[in-house]
Write a protein that binds this ligand. Structure first.
Ligand code: TRP
Ligand code: SF4
Length: 331
């Protein structure tokens, strides 16, 4: 039997998932399940790097993310789904890798600087925050993953992983670890309700866990073309975030051009236009929402999947860690 290549990816346990996550990462993850041996994990320790002072949501988020994944079709029969902190080898390898990682490599990581600029209300001058990509490296190389599906923002982290792998294999003269390649998920621009990029930190996101009423409320409150003040004013759909969502969620291209045309000729009001979007969005999310409700009614079942997945992941992690410590002459 031809062995499948390995895919690994993770998400931080820092919030429930929204439509942007579905379009960006999850659809890709789901697709990969058929051609690769996939490992998907919830990075609860990574969530500590920014939320160490306020940890009360991490456990709940871990559960909700697992429900989100399962409800969109990440399938435990095909993929290994696990929790980082249930595989303590991630922490051990993180320690070992930290010994060979030069600090300047971490300091020049662009996300390190950007996040520090962005998040002003917390002290991010910690050792753990600087070492975030080292832990991420441990996550990846423990499974000798060949491919890591990520968004473009994660490319610097992946490059660091490759550098750390090369350094380890060079110093200890054994090719224990595999240099992973990125599988870049196209990130279509998905605006949130205020027109900025959909993101939980902007408070503008539509969640997979939002009930239909909530979706309606959020869409009704969406920003439109600000120049279109009266119903009789023609609008410019290209500047309207509602239209950006129509482009993604309309059933056919002709529906999209019809809305564009009607908006430009003031033939449709924004409220009606939004209600068309609400119907299309609900059609898309309702099955996920219903599946979520069903899954949540059996929390033991969810935990069982996570515990089983973590056991399976752990067996591989233990074997790789053994190889690594042996290469270091400490096995
Ligand atoms: N840093 C990733 C993010 O914020 C999450 C992550 C942690 C990850 N470990 C990983 C992604 C390993 C891919 C592989 O999205
Ligand atoms: Fe936007 Fe639709 Fe209003 Fe045009 S009609 S401005 S596309 S909400």
């Amino acid at each position: 039997m031809e062995t499948k290549k390995r895919v690994l990816s993770g998400m931080q346990a820092s919030g429930r998932l929204h439509l942007g996550n579905l379009l960006g990462a999850l659809t890709k993850w789901k697709e990969l399940q058929d051609g690769y041996e996939c490992f998907y994990f919830i990075a609860d320790w990574h969530a500590l790097s920014t939320c160490y002072e306020d940890t009360h949501e991490i456990k709940g988020n871990t559960f909700e993310i697992a429900v989100d994944w399962l409800s969109v079709g990440i399938d435990p029969e095909k993929s290994t789904i696990f929790i980082q902190s249930l595989v303590p080898e991630h922490a051990i390898l993180h320690l070992l890798l930290s010994m060979i990682t030069p600090i300047p490599w971490l300091e020049r990581n662009p996300t390190y600087k950007e996040k520090q600029m962005e998040i002003k209300d917390r002290d991010l001058t910690t050792y753990g925050f600087l070492g975030y990509p080292v832990l991420q490296t441990a996550d990846i190389v423990l499974y000798k993953a060949n491919c890591v599906p990520v968004g473009i923002d994660q490319l610097p982290h992946l490059e660091l992983t490759r550098e750390i792998v090369r350094r380890f294999n060079y110093i200890y003269r054994r090719g224990v670890f595999v240099e992973p390649d990125a599988i870049l998920s196209e990130t279509p621009k998905l605006p949130g309700t205020d027109g900025r990029k959909m993101s939980k930190s902007y408070n503008n996101a539509i969640y997979l866990s939002d009930p239909p009423e909530e979706i309606e409320k959020k869409v009704r409150s969406m920003l439109t073309d600000p120049q279109r003040v009266r119903r009789t004013d023609p609008g410019d759909p290209e500047v309207c975030p509602v239209f950006a969502l129509h482009k993604i969620y309309s059933p056919t291209p002709s529906h999209i051009s019809e809305i564009s045309d009607q908006c430009r000729r003031a033939k449709i009001g924004c409220v009606d236009c939004k209600m068309i979007l609400v119907r299309n969005l609900i059609k898309e999310i309702r099955p996920i929402y219903e599946r979520r409700c069903e899954l949540r009614s059996n929390p033991e079942g969810i935990y069982e999947i996570l515990i089983e997945g973590s056991k399976k992941a752990r067996r591989i992690a233990i074997a790789t860690l053994k190889e690594a410590t042996e290469a270091m002459g400490m096995g």
